[in-house]
Design a protein around this ligand. Structure first.
Ligand SMILES: Nc1nc2c(ncn2[C@@H]2O[C@H](COP(=O)(O)OP(=O)(O)OP(=O)(O)O)[C@@H](O)[C@H]2O)c(=O)[nH]1
Ligand SMILES: [Mg+2]
Length: 484
């Protein structure tokens, strides 16, 4: 992400609050009058630009509006931008013109001193500089350890003493070491919290004396770290610190988390101290050199607002798309489910049908079996009946002697061909005929029947046609004789 983009992002809250407030206020006016200037002043003070700075800007506005004959309130914003840009003056960067250069970092506790030093180490290292850090916040052991973590991250050198030792002694050792090692930059961390304000100020004064003495002729920076979220309170801190330390620049941290970015203008205008660095996040890359033009452009950037609106719109579209996709997914799932259910139902129906079919088939089969059985039974019955009939006929014919030769022949022949029963019947008839032939015509029906069932050899004989013919001939001649 580019530097401007970082500043623009970092100033988003200030832009959304202070700048939008100014535009909305100006938009409610149709002409430029005293009421407009009064409301403008109020809005600026509320936006942490400081009372003095707000009054100064409005005085300058009145003059320019009159000079240029401006009557449209919509032109006011452009004039404000112009005035602020002039107020901020020229940019002033860090003076690192000597080797070593010494940077003393001061500020109240929690302002962001140690974090800023860590970020600076990273930047200097990237620029190929040899950096040495003095852990002059000896008030807490944790402060020394925190600094060590940062120096390890950026692979820079650290001079540290035990907790509670003299901070000025640490600074002395660091400058001596930096000279001996040929370091480019010495950065001194300091405590933000002491037993009381007097102690803090005395300690800083002592450190400054050591730096002046040991780094005589070196480029020196005394950076006051201010937390932007504290608003106008930060300006008051600057006034206090200025009494004991020759502040050369301001580091304004946490601009990313506040709508009070207007204090940058206030600090510069009221204290006359340049803002040299701004912190726009907690990351190692989130420290930017302060550039007035970028700051003003980012603060008055209307495109960023448009983009924000567009982005919000896009997000809405994305959300809607996501919702739609979700709905579609649900619909698809439902459809799939419905399909599955349909398939299941169909399967069930099919299974049912199959079951029915199977059952039907089973029944049909059974029926067939039954039918077949019936048929078979019928057939059997027929066969049995035929056998019986043959038997009976034979007996009857034999007994009555009235059966005609041809009829008897046909019946006997047909029956004999069809089944074993017939054969048996043939056997019986043969037997009967034999008996009759042998003059045993008085034999009863019962005797003939009993012979038929008992004498299986005779049935077997009936299956042998070679022997059958003479026997039949005997039977027919018997009938012929009877008829006569
Ligand atoms: N969002 C944001 N947080 C920051 C920034 N600079 C520092 N911080 C956070 O502020 C908190 C305090 O930072 P430190 O660097 O420990 O502050 P300090 O001035 O050294 O504090 P003491 O050592 O107690 O005097 C930490 O949580 C940092 O991450 C910044 O630019 N933006
Ligand atoms: Mg610290």
């Amino acid at each position: 992400m580019g530097i401007f983009q970082k500043i623009r992002d970092g100033l988003k809250k200030t832009r959304d609050s202070l700048m939008r407030g100014l535009r909305r206020m100006l938009g409610s006016f149709t002409k430029i009058d005293e009421e407009l200037f009064e409301q403008l002043e109020e809005t600026m003070i509320m936006g942490d630009m400081g009372a003095d700075t707000a009054i100064q800007i409005c005085d300058e506005l009145r003059d320019r509006v009159k000079e240029r004959g401006i009557t449209d309130p919509n032109d006011i914003m452009g004039l404000i931008q112009e005035i602020i840009a002039e107020m901020m003056g020229e940019d002033e960067g860090l003076d690192l013109s000597t080797t070593p250069s010494v940077i003393l970092v001061i500020g109240v506790n929690g302002a962001g001193k140690t974090t800023t030093i860590g970020k600076l180490c990273h930047q200097f290292k990237d620029q190929g500089k040899r950096v040495l850090v003095a852990a002059a916040d000896t008030f807490r052991a944790a402060a020394i350890d925190q600094l060590q973590v940062w120096t390890e991250r950026s692979d820079t050198e650290l001079v540290r003493h035990a907790e509670g030792s003299d901070p000025a002694a640490v600074v002395f050792d660091a400058i001596t070491a930096a000279k001996a090692r040929g370091c480019d930059v010495v950065i001194c961390d300091t405590a933000g919290r002491l037993h009381n304000k007097k102690n803090l100020m005395q300690e800083l004064a002592k450190i400054n004396r050591i730096i002046d003495r040991e780094a005589e002729g070196c480029a020196k920076e005394c950076l006051l770290v201010l937390d932007a979220t504290t608003g106008q309170n930060a300006v008051n801190q600057a006034r206090l610190f200025r009494e004991v330390a020759p502040i050369t620049g301001i580091v304004l941290t946490k601009l990313d988390g506040t709508a009070k970015g207007g204090i940058v203008i206030s600090i510069k205008n009221e204290l006359g101290i340049p803002v040299k660095l701004i912190g726009v996040g907690e990351g190692i890359d989130d420290l930017q050199p302060f550039e007035t033009k970028s700051f003003i452009d980012a603060l008055f950037d209307r495109e960023a607002d448009t983009e924000a609106v567009e982005h919000a719109e896009e997000s809405t579209v994305e959300e809607e798309t996501a919702e739609y996709a979700e709905e579609s997914a649900v619909e698809e799932e439902t459809a799939e489910y419905a399909e599955e259910s349909a398939v299941e139902e169909e399967t069930a129906e099919y299974a049912e049908e199959s079951a029915v079919e199977e059952a039907a088939a089973g029944i049909a089969e059974e029926s067939t079996v039954e039918e077949e059985t019936a048929e078979y039974a019928e057939e059997s019955t027929v066969e049995e009946a035929a056998a019986e009939y043959a038997e009976e006929s034979a007996v009857e014919e034999e007994a009555a002697g009235i059966a005609e030769e041809s009829a008897v022949e046909e019946a006997a022949a047909g029956i004999a061909e069809e089944s074993a029963g017939e054969e048996a019947a043939a056997g019986i008839t043969e037997e009967s005929a034999d008996k009759e032939e042998s003059g045993d015509a008085e034999n009863s029906d019962d005797e003939a029947a009993s012979e038929n069932t008992e004498d299986t050899n005779k049935t077997e004989e009936a299956e042998q046609p070679a022997e059958e013919e003479p026997k039949r001939r005997g039977f027919f001649s018997f009938f012929r004789r009877k008829k006569k």
